[in-house]
Design a protein around this ligand. Structure first.
Ligand code: ZN
Ligand code: ZN
Length: 399
């Protein structure tokens, strides 16, 4: 074990306590003021340069400038919590009602801070700089886009970006790595179906948007089964449908909301335009008016092979090959980490770090589950891998 890694492991209690503090005080997307302030104070204390981005209220970037010239490599984690109650029974459970870190972003934040402290002390070995990105509002799919729009990457685009997400299905001493597509694109869609309301006894005088919505609901699934190529995974889920006030009244309007997931950007556009066509033309065929609103869009994550090799090497050198698991299948879940990869010219990887302890059954329930426990120990896996990746990337180009 190298000197830095030994020194780093001695700081575990400090970052375990920090993780507990973050866990106890969760903040929802775009309201991560306390978390941002804490990160700012810690980084400043260790000598990282916190960068100012006018207009950015939560989330933060900072630079660890190496002693030697060279490229910049970015490490990114997310800091927001979820609007749901916690039911883990942990002594450091959320103290805020209806808010908790059920996606492990407290682990992400603490691990990146731990890595940052170590890298601040390893400046002499850095030929280039490490850019730290503590991203706000991942859970609403909008934080990365906002930070990028406010110039978070600065004039010198990092050569690569790397980060991790906790995975309750993997043991805490294991890193999961997927080459190529790992997470789907994410779109939120809203449909408004407008008809002509009236008395439930006289449908002939009305255009019934409830009936039209039932038709539309089934027709939209043909986008997945008939428009999409079966060799390319895609999902359309309609999770909300609202309309009507009484059993004998035909309402004027029905609203539906849903999400679409895909991997290939061209296919994604093709599916979205088919959804629009079926919405508009399908409703028109039944005498109603259908409008589609495309709310949020996040691209798919495609892990870059060269960067993935470098992450694999960092895991091997830090813990050994047996701690690396190549993930065979992509996930239809999404993460706006994809925006950072796009902004870094495609050279990025989001890897997984197990957060499951085989002795603790409640630690493998899944993300966004009120009872799921993310064990502290996964910090010990995540932080050194981030450090090793950056050290290797910015090692002396002559050696
Ligand atoms: Zn989440
Ligand atoms: Zn998450």
């Amino acid at each position: 074990m190298e000197q830095w890694q030994m020194e780093m492991s001695g700081w575990y209690p400090e970052f375990q306590a920090l993780r507990h503090r973050l866990h106890r005080e969760p903040e929802r997307s775009f309201q991560e003021h306390g978390t941002t302030q804490l990160i700012r104070e810690l980084l400043t204390g260790w000598g990282a340069e916190v960068e100012e981005h006018p207009g950015l209220e939560t989330g933060l970037t900072a630079l660890i400038r190496g002693a030697h010239p060279g490229p910049t490599v970015a490490l990114r984690e997310d800091i927001d919590a979820l609007p749901m109650g916690e039911n883990t029974g942990l002594p450091f459970s959320s103290c805020r009602e209806g808010l908790c870190h059920a996606c492990g972003h407290d682990i992400h934040t603490a691990a990146l801070l731990w890595a940052a402290k170590a890298l601040c002390r390893l400046r002499d070995r850095l030929h280039g700089s490490v850019k730290l990105i503590f991203q706000c509002a991942e859970e609403v799919g909008a934080g990365a886009e906002q930070m990028l729009a406010l110039g978070a990457l600065g004039p010198d685009r990092p050569e690569a970006v790397v980060g991790f997400h906790c995975d309750p299905k993997l043991p805490w001493d294991t890193v999961g790595l997927r080459y190529g597509p790992s997470n789907a694109s994410f779109d939120i869609l809203t449909w408004h179906i407008t008809g002509q309301g009236g008395h439930g006894a006289y449908p002939q005088q009305c255009v019934d948007p409830v009936m039209v919505s039932g038709y539309l609901l089934t027709q939209l699934q043909t986008v997945i089964s008939r428009v999409n190529s079966p060799t390319h995974p895609a999902v359309l889920t309609i999770g909300e449908i609202h309309g009507g006030t009484a059993p004998n009244i035909i309402p004027d309007r029905v609203t539906m909301r849903g999400t679409m997931r895909a991997f290939d950007p061209a296919i994604r556009q093709q599916l979205l335009s088919a959804i629009r066509r079926i919405t508009e033309e399908g409703c028109r065929a039944l005498g109603a008016e259908g409008t589609l609103i495309h709310d949020v869009g996040t691209p798919a994550i495609h892990n870059h092979p060269d960067i993935a090799d470098r992450v694999a090497r960092a895991v091997e050198e830090t813990f050994g090959r047996e701690h690396l698991q190549v993930i065979p299948e992509p996930s239809l879940g999404s993460d706006d980490f994809a925006c950072w990869i796009e902004a870094c010219g495609g050279r990025g990887v989001q890897f997984l770090v197990g957060s499951h302890d085989p002795q603790l059954p409640n630690s493998s329930l899944g993300l966004h589950v009120a009872e799921n426990i993310f064990v502290d120990e996964c910090l010990k896996t995540a932080a050194p891998v981030l450090v090793r990746f950056a050290l290797n990337y910015l090692s002396d180009p002559r050696s």
